[in-house]
Design a protein around this ligand. Sequence first.
Ligand code: ACO
Length: 426
Amino acid sequence: MTSANISIDGKAADYPVHAGSVGPEVIDIRKLYANTGRFTYDPGFTSTASCESKITYIDGDQGVLLHRGYPIEQLAEKSSFLEVAYLLMHGDLPSQQQHDEFKYLITRHTMVHEQLANFYRGFRRDAHPMAIMCGVVGALSAFYHDSTDIHDAKQREIACHRLIAKMPTIAAMAYKYSVGQPFLYPDNSLSYTGNFLRMTFGVPAEPYIINPVVEDALDKIFILHADHEQNASTSTVRLAGSSGANPFACIAAGIACLWGPAHGGANEAALEMLREIGRPERIPEFVARAKNKDDPFRLMGFGHRVYKNYDPRAKVLGEAATKVLDTLGISDPVLDTARELERVALSDDYFIEKKLYPNVDFYSGIILSAIGFPTSMFTALFALARTTGWIAQWTEMMEDKEQKIGRPRQLYTGSPRRDYVPIEQR
Ligand code: ACO
């Protein structure tokens, strides 16, 4: 095993260097504080591996994303969302029998407790779907007590199945509530994605006919959002879970983190930005704003902490956007604006030097909008899909013998010790 020698104040010590199957090695600095009395300082964890994982691998410089070793492009083209969920949870692609059993299990958990509908009715009609999702998913732990013992592997598995199965029902109910239509119960004869489309856009008064192009495009979007290594929301789920919180509470924490515009909320912000730009002639004005240090404006859907190359998911979605709009016969000037913005930004020195490329959020909103989703639902759909990654990562953490409560340290720059002064003497 190689080691790294770190010397401070003339005192040197060796630290083990661990190699993964691919990707950068890591320096194991767990003994650093004991040896030196110093912490490492890494706000935003830009150089810190927080855990060992076998689920997802990203090479940000090459623009590579692998789930359990399989390239995302192959999964998006050949697989289905439920199969990818199985892959993330179990480590390998399922046999036909395993696939059928998994589908049966997920399908049998799609309904939610009838009383959960009362939670929705407590929200304002104009509540953001992500606000509803945070509340309702967290509340699941109050309904499914038989799957909250995190030390029981069977209960953990049932909780995971419940979360994958119920997220479409919960997200569709959030949409139905916002438009004042009745909730629709799941139809278990449909595919995972088809069932979600029907619960969202169907009404009890007439049959809902699923458009296979829309079903396929949405399934692809779900696959592309299923997992993404130790991103902010996944790290939040792991951190929440590290204290022993139940999985429903942990996923609610992940949803809260995903909501932010620097993370999952960027898909909503990207489409709003493209609509605000409106037409290709206005692009230079917005590109100039994005480059101006004194203007907080950023090109939404551009840039990524890890990808310093084209986000492979954006490539798949860019192509899917054209196909979906063509097939649905929709001509949306926003797609032309997006394509031109991408062209202008990718030939601009500012974006080239900083290695800023379109990310997954740049094109997804255009497709979701063409399907008929309001922008406020975009991040809820992201949460629905990412739940599979969150629970796979949470399960992996629960089975990890090295797992400890997550507890970072800090560089304290506040006041040193001082004595309390009574209010009349201040
Ligand atoms: N537009 C303009 N400039 C940008 C952008 C952008 N979208 N993104 C980064 N930059 C610039 C920054 O101003 C900074 O410049 P500086 O070095 O001169 O100060 C430099 O590029 C590095 O940016 P950081 O914010 O330090 O990079 P970080 O890795 O912390 O941020 C992030 C990554 C948050 C994704 C950022 O690129 C961003 O805000 N993008 C827009 C929001 C977005 O699309 N988020 C979705 C991410 S994908 C996902 O979560 C699913």
